[in-house]
Design a protein around this ligand. Structure first.
Ligand SMILES: C[S@@+](CC[C@H](N)C(=O)[O-])C[C@H]1O[C@@H](n2cnc3c(N)ncnc32)[C@H](O)[C@@H]1O
Length: 225
């Protein structure tokens, strides 16, 4: 499927799928959305509830690596070790990575290469990219995930239900419910009613929260202890 790079309203870039008229991030602001939905409602919230020195994130799908990049910076700022599992069936190309130019989002001079390393590192194995951040990229489909109680926080960042409704159904969410530890949480930008009900049907406690700029709402689902 043809993909091209566009600039979103906050100046950060994202990838557009022409055929589907679908984007990897909100066109109102890729960076703003990633910070609001995954970092603030996901990592900040989890760390506010649990006194942790270390946590594990599971992301569906890894895509551009923007969420992973922000999580690596959050790990340093909060002095918490983050192990990050990124699932992706259709990795982006080197040219796309270069064009996204997310290196410029990093302030610390000694961290400038971490985005490149995230994309260049081997798949299917843990790679330590900083003292606080380890990454393992898994090239598989969400429906193939078979992990049990390994993750504290799931970043559920699939394409929207309009174009991939099958990824917002109970049969797929069940894999992420299983992969979460008790008390773990899943955050996502979509608030589609069928997705909300599928999550609730699996036993998640679902909250509808204020969304990032340009979007009214987002969703957070917590697995009971
Ligand atoms: C909304 S984009 C991801 C955005 C990503 N988190 C980022 O920050 O760039 C959705 C991602 O899911 C991947 N994807 C789509 N269908 C998938 C599937 N069935 N299994 C695994 N990955 C899938 C896409 O290739 C894409 O990278």
């Amino acid at each position: 499927m043809k993909r091209n790079i566009i600039t979103t309203q906050d100046g950060s870039k994202t990838i557009r799928l022409e055929e589907w008229n679908e984007h990897y991030h909100s066109t109102h602001g890729a960076l703003q959305e990633a910070k609001h939905v995954y970092i603030k409602a996901g990592l900040d919230h989890f760390a506010s509830l649990h006194d942790v020195e270390k946590l594990r994130v599971l992301e569906a799908g890894f895509g551009s690596g923007l969420n992973a990049l922000l999580a690596s910076q959050w790990a340093i700022q909060n002095n918490i070790i983050v192990d990050y599992l990124g699932l992706e069936a259709y990795p982006i190309t080197q040219d796309e990575k270069e064009a996204l130019d997310y290196n410029k989002l990093i302030d610390a001079a000694n961290q400038k290469t971490i985005f490149d390393e995230m994309h260049n590192c081997k798949w299917e194995q843990w790679v330590k990219l900083s003292p606080n951040f380890k990454l393992k990229k898994l090239e598989l489909k969400f429906s193939e995930l078979g992990l049990k109680q390994v993750a504290d926080v799931v970043f559920y960042d699939a394409f929207g239900p309009r174009v991939q409704p099958e990824l917002w159904e109970a049969s797929v969410f069940e894999r992420f419910y299983e992969a979460l530890k008790p008390g773990g949480l899943l955050v996502t930008y979509s608030v589609k009613g069928t997705a909300k009900r599928a999550l609730q049907g699996l036993g998640f406690r679902v909250e509808i929260l204020e969304g990032p700029p340009g979007k009214r709402h987002m969703m957070r689902a917590t697995k009971p202890k």
